[in-house]
Design a protein around this ligand. Structure first.
Ligand code: P6P
Length: 335
């Protein structure tokens, strides 16, 4: 029996998913198929992103999403692609998407899973050729099979996730996900149209020397957070901020570090969304030995009340997150 956490580098994603399914005798294949549906859509988006400049699909779509943010053309394309792949795949009964206000009913009322997704996070970076990402969570539906998805299906606490992951459309495209048995990273080989295992059993370093935060809001930060940032500077830590959540998260997962999007004067409850950004990354963080809080409580323990609710987000190496929290809560002062 293959070790539950590792497989050989180079294993194709399809084969990896099949191997993992073999380890769960009661698995009936729906989750495996759902993961394949997401991988398929990501390959299509990857192609669209890489040709955006030539295909005239960069820039704003002239519309706003439910957040009141200017939608990019690729935001719309990505939302359509993922919704279509998940609907046609048949394993998803409902979707919450950053780009859409209410529940997307896929019509698959006999499906047992729901998906929350940010189809293309950081899309405003595309015009300047900076990496973007897709972030997703998968939950079991709570309502009876055979009916449309309900609000209760979609507003589940992060601890209920059965799987979560992200796609990073960067210098290479990667799919990183977990089904609760560790985090594995797959790198896309466009010439073969397949993902291959490149980062088995990803583990976050306990501590780090990289801090990622938009210091433009410094003057409006909590005093404790200001003290923590000053402590990072006194130690001459590296400040690294891409402005694309998936990129900042992925780098800090590999190298050790902390990403912070705090409460600010513009975003009193933080900018990032709980259901389709923070919960997924918090699940991956905890599966890789990292930590994710809102500055006071575990992200995965937050009980959602609204589809698009926001939360402050402190995620990364546990020692860094713990220290930032102690400063934020006034329990620690600059030494
Ligand atoms: P700011 C992109 O819009 C995003 O949602 C994340 O990907 C990113 O980390 C953050 O917002 C950047 O926000 O306020 O620093 O531009």
């Amino acid at each position: 029996m293959m070790d539950k956490l590792t497989a050989s580098v180079g294993t194709a994603l399809d084969r990896f998913i099949a191997q993992k399914q073999e380890q769960f005798p009661y698995a009936t294949g729906e989750l495996s198929q759902l993961l394949r549906d997401i991988a398929l859509a990501s390959k299509i988006i990857n192609r669209e992103i890489n040709r955006a400049g030539l295909a005239g699909i960069e820039g704003g779509a002239g519309a706003e999403n439910v957040q009141g943010e200017a939608q990019q053309k690729l935001d719309m394309i990505a939302d359509i692609r993922f919704t279509r792949a998940l609907s046609k795949g048949g394993e998803t009964c409902g979707i919450i998407s950053e780009e859409v206000d209410g529940i997307i009913d896929t019509g698959n009322h006999h499906a047992k899973y729901i998906v929350t997704i940010d189809p293309l996070d950081g899309s405003s970076n595309i015009d300047v050729n900076v990496l973007v990402g897709t972030i997703f969570s998968i939950y079991r539906r709570r309502s009876p099979i055979g009916r449309p998805p309900t609000k209760e299906d979609m507003l589940q606490q992060g601890t209920e996730q059965v799987a979560a992951g992200y796609v990073l459309y960067g210098s290479s495209t990667m799919l990183v996900y977990s089904t609760g048995y560790g985090v594995n990273g797959f790198t896309y080989e466009p010439s073969l149209g397949e993902y291959f295992l490149s980062h088995p059993n990803m583990q976050c370093k306990e501590d780090g020397e990289i801090y990622s935060i938009n210091e433009g809001g410094y003057n409006t930060f909590d005093e404790g957070l200001k003290e923590y940032i000053t402590a990072c500077k006194d130690r001459e830590y590296s400040s690294r901020y891409i402005g694309s959540l998936v990129g900042d998260f992925h780098r800090n997962l590999l190298k050790g570090g902390i990403y912070i999007y705090p409460s600010t004067s513009k975003y009193k409850t933080g900018k990032l969304r709980l259901l389709y950004e923070c919960n997924a990354l918090a699940f991956l963080a905890e599966q890789s030995g990292a930590m994710a809080t809102d500055g006071y409580q575990r992200i995965l323990d937050i009980k959602p009340t609204e589809f698009h609710q926001r939360t402050p987000f402190y995620v990364g190496s546990p020692k860094m997150v713990e220290e930032a929290m102690s400063f934020l809560q006034g329990k620690k002062h600059k030494s």
